[in-house]
Each structure stands twice: as structure tokens, then as C-alpha cells.
Design a protein around this ligand. Structure first.
Ligand SMILES: Nc1ncnc2c1ncn2[C@@H]1O[C@H](COP(=O)(O)OP(=O)(O)O)[C@@H](O)[C@H]1O
Ligand SMILES: [Mg+2]
Length: 230
């Protein structure tokens, strides 16, 4: 059974066709980087997978279930941007909410908080967090259910270099534990440190490639010359 299976996915906003027939199967744990210029449709694809928006046509299955089945969130998690956080609640409020909603062992909250080393501010209100602290909390929330599939939309935004190193290690550990990670990032040097499996989102289609040696930057310039001119 595939971890993620997308067939002929199309999504238009009015006359603007953003995704033009995406077909993709991920069937082994690993880190897969979705790369494309701003506006290519990365967030649109992730929002379709997690059923936040409906595609115009096509099908998506997550761990054998249709993506419209809320049960996928027992085995899948999605890190969107930090607007999903509540300023007047603490980090722990958020974590225990998800823990209860998903009927997870309460000890799992401590495990994740320790793994990310974020204990010192979990009792503070999110409104007082820096961008980096919010990113860490989002990541903690996404890890809680030990997902089979983890979708991360630009998770490195706002992180300082030390935090990026930590997150990279953590993602690699998650893969070791059997998680498949689908990540979008516009920081190509970071992408290269995390994975060689690149999914280029170009002209509304996905082109899969293994990038070795030369790194993704040279390839990006070939792939998106128009983005280089901006
Ligand atoms: N709700 C929306 N209504 C209309 N157009 C949208 C909407 N969301 C995204 N778009 C357009 O779809 C394209 C892809 O956007 P997005 O998926 O956010 O790209 P990315 O995440 O790769 O930067 C962009 O041209 C964007 O303007
Ligand atoms: Mg985006």
C-alpha cells in the first residue's frame, strides 16, 4: 500500500489552472522535497492532499484511505503556517488539545517536547513566541501522532542556523522510525542537506529526480530560468 498516491490531480482557481494533472506515488519512507518558484502551486498541492481545499479533479489516497476521510489524520500530519496557532493559548494547551483529540498517550507530549528541547517556553502564551519558537511548536504538533506521512510547508521559515540543524536531525530520525516526509522549501542548500529526492513542480506537473553531486541549485536554474530573471 502506498503512503501517498495521487492520480491526475488538477486544481484551478477560476481560469487559472495551477495543478495540471499531478500523478505521484510515494511508497517508501524518506524525505521528498517539493521544489518550485513562488506561485508554482506547492501550498495548493499540500492543501489538496490534506483536504483543506478540494481539487477540480483527480484522486488522492493517504495510507490507503481517500484523503477526504478524516481518519487519515491518525496517520498523517500537516504543518501549515503559524496562523493556525492561538495567541492566547500556551504551547502545552495546543499539544494537549491534539493529544486528547487523537486519543494519544499523554506521555507522548513530554517525549516530543524533550526531543525538540522546547520545554522552557511551553507554559508561555504563543502570542509571546518568536517565529522560530512557533515553528518548533508546529513541528511538535506535527510529530505527536508519529505519522506515517508528514507534510511540511516551508518548515524552516524563521529558524536560525542552529535550529535548522536540529530540525534536520529530527526529520532524519523520523524517517528512520518509518515516517515519509514531504517538504516544501525554497532554501535549496537546506534541501540538498536533507535529501536527494526532488519533486520539481513545474508548469503544474511534477518531475521526479534524484539529485546527486551537483546539488539542486544548478538544476533549479536550468529548470526555472524565468524565476532566475525576477
Ligand atoms: N485561494 C486562491 N484563489 C485564487 N488564486 C490562488 C489561491 N490560492 C493560491 N492561488 C494562486 O495559485 C498559485 C499557486 O499558489 P501557491 O500554491 O500558494 O504557490 P506556492 O506555495 O508554490 O508559492 C498562485 O498563482 C496563487 O496566486
Ligand atoms: Mg506556498
Amino acid at each position: 500500500m502506498a503512503i501517498l498516491q495521487i492520480k491526475d490531480l488538477k486544481k484551478s482557481y477560476g481560469k487559472h489552472e495551477v495543478l495540471k494533472g499531478i500523478t505521484l506515488t510515494l511508497d517508501k519512507p524518506g524525505i521528498y522535497a517539493l521544489v518550485g518558484p513562488n506561485g508554482a502551486g506547492k501550498s495548493t498541492l499540500f492543501n489538496c492532499i490534506s483536504n483543506i481545499i478540494s481539487p477540480s479533479s483527480g484522486t488522492i489516497e493517504v495510507v490507503g484511505l481517500k484523503n477526504t476521510d478524516p481518519k487519515i489524520f491518525y496517520s498523517c500530519s500537516f504543518l501549515k503556517d503559524n496562523r493556525v496557532l492561538y495567541d492566547y493559548l500556551t504551547g502545552y494547551d495546543h499539544l494537549f488539545f491534539i493529544q486528547k483529540a487523537q486519543k494519544l498517550d499523554p506521555d507522548r507530549v513530554k517525549e516530543v517536547v524533550d526531543a525538540l528541547d522546547i520545554e522552557s517556553y511551553m507554559n508561555k502564551k504563543v502570542g509571546d513566541y518568536s517565529l522560530g519558537m512557533k515553528q518548533h511548536l508546529l513541528l511538535a504538533l506535527a510529530m505527536l501522532n508519529k505519522p506515517k506521512l508528514m507534510i511540511l510547508d516551508e518548515p524552516l521559515n524563521g529558524l536560525d542556523p542552529a535550529a535548522i540543524v536540529k530540525v534536520r536531525r529530527l526529520l532524519k530520525d523520523l524517517v528512520q522510525a518509518g515516517t515519509t516526509i514531504l517538504i516544501s522549501s525554497h532554501t535549496l542548500s537546506e534541501v540538498d542537506k536533507m535529501t536527494q529526492d526532488i519533486l520539481w513542480l513545474k508548469d503544474g506537473q511534477i518531475i521526479e529526480e534524484i539529485i546527486d553531486g551537483s546539488g539542486s541549485e544548478a538544476r533549479y536554474m536550468e529548470m526555472f530560468p524565468e524565476a532566475m530573471e525576477q
